[in-house]
Design a protein around this ligand. Structure first.
Ligand SMILES: Cc1ncc(COP(=O)(O)O)c(C=O)c1O
Length: 388
């Protein structure tokens, strides 16, 4: 079965993990700091805090940015649940704006319209979370201008876009957003098994997330109410255990060395798909804005199922029979029962996202996909669609 995504692990990754397993530290050792430093240099971030997963990174971001009850945080409905859930974790109120129909990322014009609509009711938006969906960076210039104009916080959920460029700059993420979060889940661009990180040029935010990562325990003499001795620590607010292990970080550092190579492989596969599918009626290939170098974490192919008188379910089943396991990214988050019930969202609220969901399918794309497998995906999809 060909899956839609898969990790790439080679002997050098295995050796890196085994080295740590043979050493003195399994967790909270030097490999964590090394991975953080490696991420700092690759992404040109002043601070990086590695954590247990991308969801933990989002959770701590909301807390460090001080989100609380009554704060409004805007994001896109085309994302994984965790991007929105982190707003709820902080007790703040999630709201959405629709996606751009070409890039599938949050539409900055609609962000501004929504901020103005809140303003006219005397309400202020606290933050915006953009998602570099599928590996295509958002319109960060426009989002930064809006953030500066309305004095709000800007977060980049960068989980899909490690190695992508914006304005020919691979290190764009921390330049535009106040906080950037990443995930290193196995289907992502690089993996640590489970893992994530918070990248920021703001040292105060970094200090805060570092403290929250380990139960908010502090031994900082400037913060202690008293000091009973060298064992003594205090907790001034509730924190979490969101630490990542040393062996995961060793895997992360060795994977990061190969990120550019993985991206190159993804681009080669995406190019083959583009060439094969662009001329097939009823299929729409993903496009990249001219300021952007896409990294194709996903290849969201849109299929006009209505025109083909075909259901997405039937298409999925047929492809499964042929040995191809597809996925859909994503079910628009505002349509999740939790968000409908608790926040009043309903079908029709974000029509571009909803139409995108009706048509989108993530087809297999990962660095170790072979030419034979790529050819099979192309032939099976094309033949089936053209037979309709
Ligand atoms: C866009 C996006 N945000 C957040 C997450 C959460 O990351 P993790 O699975 O590491 O918790 C994911 C991962 O699936 C994601 O794709």
């Amino acid at each position: 079965m060909i899956s839609y995504g898969k990790q790439s692990i080679d002997q050098s990754n295995i050796d890196a993990v085994v080295d740590v397993l043979n050493g003195d530290w399994l967790t909270q050792g030097p490999a964590v700091e090394t991975f953080e430093n490696d991420l700092k240099s690759y992404f040109d971030a002043k601070n990086v805090c590695a954590v247990a997963n991308g969801t933990a990174a989002l959770h701590l971001t909301g807390l460090a940015l001080g989100w609380q009850t009554g704060d409004i945080v805007i994001t896109s409905p085309i994302t994984f649940l965790a991007t929105v859930n982190c707003i709820v974790y902080a007790g703040a109120t999630p709201d959405f704006v629709d996606i751009d129909p070409v890039t599938y990322t949050i539409d900055p014009n609609k962000v501004e319209e929504k901020i103005k609509a809140y303003k006219s009711k005397g309400k202020k938006v606290k933050a915006v979370i953009g998602i570099d969906y599928a590996g295509h960076p958002c319109d960060w210039q426009a989002l930064r201008e809006i953030a500066d104009k309305y004095k709000l916080q800007l977060v980049n959920d960068n989980c899909h876009a490690l190695g992508a460029s914006y304005n020919a700059d691979k290190q764009y993420a921390v330049k535009y957003a106040d906080v950037v979060i990443q995930s290193y889940h196995p289907v992502k661009l690089i993996t640590t098994g489970e893992g994530g990180a918070i990248l920021t040029n703001d040292s105060k935010i970094d200090e805060k997330v570092r403290c929250l990562r380990t139960h908010s325990m502090t031994q900082d003499p400037n913060q202690l109410e008293k000091n009973d001795g060298p064992w003594y620590y205090e907790m001034h607010e509730v924190g979490y255990n969101y630490r990542i292990t040393d062996f995961q970080c060793a895997l992360g550092s060795s994977q990061l060395k190969k990120l550019d190579h993985y991206v190159q492989k993804r681009l080669e596969i995406a190019k083959k798909y583009d060439e094969s599918f662009s001329s097939v009626d009823s299929l729409k290939i993903p496009e990249a804005h001219n300021l952007v170098d896409h990294v194709y974490h996903l290849y969201p192919l849109q299929i006009d199922f209505n025109k083909l008188s075909l259901t997405k379910t039937a298409f999925f089943e047929k492809m499964k029979q042929m040995g191809i396991n597809l996925q859909v990214h994503y079910i628009p988050v505002h349509l999740q029962p939790f968000y409908k019930r608790n926040h009043g969202f309903k079908p029709g609220d974000y029509p571009i996202a909803e139409k995108f969901y009706d048509q989108v399918v993530s087809i297999p794309l990962y660095p170790s996909l072979t030419d034979v497998e790529i050819e099979k995906v192309v032939t099976d999809i094309t033949k089936f669609v053209e037979s309709k």
